[in-house]
Design a protein around this ligand. Structure first.
Ligand code: CU
Length: 432
C-alpha cells in the first residue's frame, strides 16, 4: 500500500506543479460574467489510465466519490473564489490526499478540472468557460486532446472539406459549433490525408452541449478512443449533480424547467437547492436564459397545509391567453412562502434585493439564514411547523420590461406583469 501511495504522490505532485489554466478558445467575443455572481460550476475529469479511483474533496468536504478512469463528473454548483480541491485514493479519507490544489473558480464560469497523462508524467488541465445559454441550431462541442498515445491532429469528418479544428496537441482544448448530425470523426496528422483513427459514430443534436475527449484506451486493439459526454440539454440546461448534504443535514434540489417560453427571450433553465443543517438553511438558485441585466423576483412557493406544490403547465392557463401569469401559477404552486432576496427572514415580497442576471442571462443567488429564525417566521406568518421543502418549489419570475403582454396577464400588488411573469420552475426533491 505504501508503495502504491508513494507512486500516486509522485504523479500528483507533478500535477500540482503543472497546474495551469488552459482556456478553451472562445467562440466569439463573450461578455465576462461577473456583476454580482458568486457561484461557479465545477466538474472533475479523471483521464489518467493507470491511476486508481479517487475521491474529491472541496474545502475538506467529500464532493465526489470513486471517480474512475475515464470519467467526467456532472457539474456541481460551488462558491466562487479560491477553493481547495484535494484528490484522495478512493476510500482513504482526506488525510491521505495526494493532490492539493487551490485554483481560483471564477463567478459565472464553468470549470473543468482534469488530470491527464499517465502516472509517470501527469499533467493538470483547467478549462474555464462562461456559464450561458447554449443557443444556436448547432451542437456545442468542447473537444479535448488527452491521449498520450495520439500525436497532434486535425479533426475532420467524411463529407466536410474543412477540418473542425487543426493542430490540436496533447493538453489542448477547443470549443466547436457543429451542425447537428451523425459524425464519424477522423483524427488526421496535420497536412496528411489519411486518418490514424476513426471514431465510432456519434449523434450531435442542435442546441445541446457535449464534451468529446480523445483518451488513451489501454488494453484495446485501438490504443485511443473518443469519449463523449452530454453537458447541456436545451430543456433542462447543464447536466448537474448535487453536493452531498452536510453532516446531520438535509439537502433538497430542484431542476428548473422553462415556463412561458413564447414570451421570454430564451427558454430559462437552472438548478436550485435548499440545504438544511442543524442551525442554518441555505438557499441557492442558478439559472441561464433569463432576461439579462435585470433583477429577477424569485420565491420558494408552497401550501400551508400538507398538500404538495407543482409547477404550472399550459393546462393551468385559466383565461386562455396562452400565458401562465402570476396568479394562475400561484393556484398550483402555492403562495410565496420565502422570498429569495437578500433578506428572506422578513418574508416580505417586495424588495429591491432580488438577484440580477448578468449580461449572459445568468443568474445566481445564495443566502444562508438562521434555521430557528426562519422556522419561527414561517410559523408566525403561515402557521407552518417543521417546513418540508420536498412539498414546495422554486419559481423565478421576470421578462424584459419591453416584452409586450396582453392585458389579461395578472400580476401581484404593485409589480408589473413583466416583473412577475413566471419564467422557470422546479419542485424540490430530497437529494440522497
Ligand atoms: Cu414566485
Amino acid at each position: 500500500m505504501l508503495r502504491r501511495l508513494l507512486g500516486i504522490v509522485g504523479i500528483f505532485s507533478i500535477l500540482t506543479l503543472c497546474f495551469t489554466a488552459l482556456p478553451a478558445a472562445p467562440l466569439a467575443a463573450q461578455a465576462d460574467a461577473g456583476d454580482d455572481a458568486e457561484l461557479a460550476l465545477l466538474r472533475v475529469m479523471h483521464a489518467i489510465p493507470d491511476a486508481p479511483e479517487v475521491d474529491i474533496y472541496l474545502d475538506g468536504r467529500l464532493i465526489l466519490q470513486d471517480l474512475a478512469y475515464f470519467s467526467i463528473s456532472r457539474y456541481l454548483v460551488v462558491p466562487a473564489g479560491e477553493q481547495r480541491i484535494q484528490v484522495v485514493p478512493a476510500g482513504l479519507g482526506v488525510a491521505a490526499a495526494v493532490i492539493d490544489l487551490t485554483p481560483e473558480l471564477f463567478a459565472g464560469s464553468s470549470h473543468t478540472i482534469g488530470a491527464i497523462g499517465n502516472r509517470a508524467n501527469a499533467e493538470a488541465l483547467a478549462i474555464k468557460r462562461p456559464i450561458r445559454q447554449f443557443l444556436s441550431d448547432n451542437a456545442h462541442v468542447l473537444l479535448v486532446h488527452a491521449a498520450t498515445e495520439a500525436p497532434t491532429f486535425d479533426i475532420t469528418a467524411p463529407g466536410y472539406d474543412q477540418p473542425f479544428a487543426e493542430d490540436l496537441a496533447f493538453g489542448d482544448s477547443v470549443e466547436l459549433l457543429v451542425p447537428p448530425g451523425v459524425y464519424r470523426f477522423e483524427l488526421v496528422p496535420p497536412g496528411a490525408d489519411t486518418p490514424f483513427y476513426t471514431a465510432e459514430a456519434v449523434r450531435l443534436e442542435g442546441g445541446w452541449g457535449y464534451t468529446l475527449v480523445v483518451t488513451d484506451y489501454p488494453g484495446q486493439a485501438q490504443s485511443i478512443h473518443v469519449q463523449s459526454r452530454v453537458d447541456y440539454v436545451p430543456e433542462s440546461g447543464y447536466v448537474m449533480t448535487t453536493l452531498p448534504a452536510p453532516q446531520g443535514g438535509r439537502i433538497y434540489a430542484a431542476s428548473l424547467a422553462p415556463l412561458n417560453q413564447s414570451v421570454n427571450i430564451q427558454p430559462a433553465t437552472g438548478y436550485a437547492t435548499v440545504t438544511e443543517s442543524a442551525d442554518a438553511v441555505t438557499f441557492t438558485t442558478f439559472a441561464t436564459g433569463v432576461a439579462p441585466e435585470m433583477m429577477h423576483v424569485q420565491h420558494y412557493h408552497g401550501f400551508t397545509d400538507e398538500h404538495a406544490a407543482r409547477c404550472p403547465t399550459l393546462d393551468d392557463d385559466l383565461n386562455g391567453d396562452n400565458i401562465i401569469d402570476f396568479s394562475e401559477a400561484l393556484a398550483v404552486a402555492g403562495q410565496v412562502l420565502v422570498p429569495l432576496h437578500a433578506d428572506p427572514l422578513t418574508l416580505e415580497h417586495e424588495r429591491a434585493s432580488y438577484p440580477a442576471a448578468n449580461s449572459n442571462g445568468f443568474l445566481d443567488y445564495q443566502v444562508t439564514v438562521d434555521r430557528d429564525e426562519l422556522e419561527a417566521a414561517l410559523e408566525r406568518n403561515y402557521d407552518i411547523e417543521n417546513p418540508d421543502y420536498a412539498t414546495g418549489l422554486v419559481m423565478i419570475h421576470g421578462v424584459s420590461p419591453e416584452t409586450p403582454l396582453p392585458d389579461t396577464v395578472q400580476s401581484s400588488a404593485d409589480m408589473s406583469a413583466q416583473m412577475t411573469l413566471p419564467v422557470a420552475c422546479g419542485t424540490y426533491q430530497r437529494a440522497p
